[in-house]
Design a protein around this ligand. Structure first.
Ligand SMILES: CC(C)(COP(=O)(O)OP(=O)(O)OC[C@H]1O[C@@H](n2cnc3c(N)ncnc32)[C@H](O)[C@@H]1OP(=O)(O)O)[C@@H](O)C(=O)NCCC(=O)NCCS
Length: 149
């Protein structure tokens, strides 16, 4: 999942942000601490993740929700599988899971490059904001939300 995350950020989002933001968002070197942190969030139930795989079983995209926070955390798709409906399929499944958790809406901080994608899928933009990455780096974002049917 973090390999796809790095490829998506560096391949698709990179031209929207300064290099220091990209490095903080998706470090060039995959760090064991990040892998453990992601595992912890998924195993504890803080995040529920959905992955998309190709025919060989390799992960080509993923996304997650944080049910208690009523948040869509993000969707990431490997650039060589972009614009093929993978992100949309992941998002639809995350919305199914959110409804199963009793959520009636999802909020999120969208990266600037992804606003059109989330709008296409029914999210509305609330305004521009600043998202604080886990390491403390700030990045411009669009605050978005969607009422679930
Ligand atoms: C955003 C992202 C997940 C979209 O995944 P995807 O699999 O390419 O999206 P889909 O193919 O399902 O796109 C569905 C529709 O969303 C819209 N869309 C997707 N990417 C878009 C873009 N870069 N610009 C404009 N519209 C876009 C289009 O309407 C698209 O339909 P179309 O291809 O028929 O025009 C992917 O580009 C990505 O991983 N980006 C980098 C990581 C990132 O910033 N993630 C979001 C963090 S908040």
């Amino acid at each position: 999942m973090l390999t796809v995350h790095r490829a998506a950020v560096r391949g698709t989002a990179a031209r929207w942000y300064e290099a220091d933001v990209i490095e903080a968002w998706a470090p060039h070197a995959l760090q064991a601490a990040r892998i453990e942190e992601l595992s912890r969030r998924i195993e504890s139930g803080e995040e529920r993740a959905v992955v998309a795989r190709d025919a060989s079983g390799a992960i080509i995209g993923f996304g997650s929700i944080a049910p208690d926070a009523r948040e869509l955390r993000a969707v990431y798709v490997a650039p060589d599988h972009g614009r093929a409906g993978v992100g949309g399929a992941i998002l639809r499944e995350l919305e199914v899971q959110a409804r199963r958790h009793g959520l009636v809406e999802l909020a999120m901080d969208a990266s600037l490059n992804a606003e059109a994608f989330y709008r296409r899928h029914g999210f509305a933009s609330v305004g521009r904001g600043e998202h604080v990455l886990r390491g403390g780096q700030r990045m411009a974002c669009i605050r978005m939300h969607k009422l679930l049917e």
